[in-house]
Design a protein around this ligand. Sequence first.
Ligand code: PAF
Length: 509
Amino acid sequence: MTKTILKTIKELNEWRLINQRNINFVPTMGNLHPGHEKLIREAKKSKNNLVLLSIFINPLQFNDKKDLINYPRTINKDIDLAFSAGANAIFIPCVDEIFPKNVNKIKYIKASENLSNTLCGIYREGHFDGVCTVVYRLINIVRPEVIFLGEKDWQQLLIIKEMVTKYNLRVAIKSIDTHRDLNGIPFSSRNNLLVKNDREKLKFFSKELFHAKKIFNQTKTISLGKIIKRLKGKDIRVEYLKHVNAFNLKESTSEMNITMLAGAIICGDTRLIDHVFFMKRDPIIAIDGPAGSGKSTVTKLIAKRLNFIFLDTGAMYRALSWYLIKEKINYDNHKDLNSFLSNISIKFKSVEGAKQHVIINNHNVTEKIRSQEISSIVSSIASIKEVREFLVKEQRKIGDNGGIVAEGRDIGSKVFPDAELKIFLTATINERAKRRKDELEAMDHGIVDFEQLKNEIEKRDFDDTNRKISPLIKAEDAIEIISDGYTINQVVDKILEIYFETIPKELHL
Ligand code: PAF
């Protein structure tokens, strides 16, 4: 393998032109350690892409000049490690190459205020602006398909993700879990600056965090005061220790599910950070979208892949509609409806092949609820306040312990507003009508008229989005996926990729 070292943007462009392949990019500041090695090996996994590692000590992210001067520089060792881990090329630009004196060329980026005005951001003024500016610049220079970052710097990771979304940068972000040594200390370039006594302090700090995690798993509480006291007892200078929401970094509250205990300690002249994640219940994935968007199939497959419960809320509304008709209930009469609802039990029963049966009061209605008769009335029944309240309560009960993938029309906005991942899955009307036609014909419903189906879907969209109670809406924090032109498996893979990128890796282990 040729060992290519690129020093200028011109050389980088020529290298890209010769190779004509997409780039997996690992940005670093050098002094490579096993954590970086893991990033390179991860980047190497997609066989088609080239792996480019950059080594650039970014002056903009050092608020303390002494820290910049002391930052460990081990370029020859770094080059050997990067190539032996599988990098195809290393980009080692000088400061003038990345930040030329001609200031007009450089876009200075301000890091998200919400994410940077807490934890490290409070103690390192301008640090995250400097990180964003250099990463933005490097992305523009390298134009990678994927950028690889470590979860050890979780706050940095969230801030870079936010920047990539805000500026619509065409790059995917992949993160890897924090890599620790045998003592449980996270690998970090700054560890090299520690003397033995400081190493012991760092080891104690990391151990305390994991001890807190153990206690949290048993009691669902943590005492920051006690941890700080124990750290101080070991003569450890705590810069901060905070328990925050893992995604927006706001102070944690009892309703939050995934949270993070994060801290920074000072050992000699060196500042070190570490964190652990807590999770009260397993994650919830909410998949909303209009009729025929492929939600059910996608949700089922995701549940199977994650070994989660598949909550088909649409089937619950359909089953209830079927039963109301069968029992000839006058659902306009609230009293009749309420007494009817108080005797309803809807269950899902798993059967072979990742399928599940829908049972309402001992009637197996799995097939019957897919008829066109039910399709044409379910939307109006689903708009009855009592019906929705009853089913939302049932759905929340099923979701109490998490570990579910739920699909419907108001899952992310109403049923599980705290879901860790919200997807709004949609497709054009033509595509959805075509899918529904194939589905119905495969179920022996005879030849189905395409235009009629299209009209029905259009009407249903209108009813669903315009009803007063829990209309179909894309939750503010939902990610929209338009599935035209994608196979079901491609959509499933995409959602799983987003899921694994959202939930900290420490919690997958
Ligand atoms: O995490 C780092 O090493 C740096 O902050 C980064 C992302 C390479 C930007 O300089």
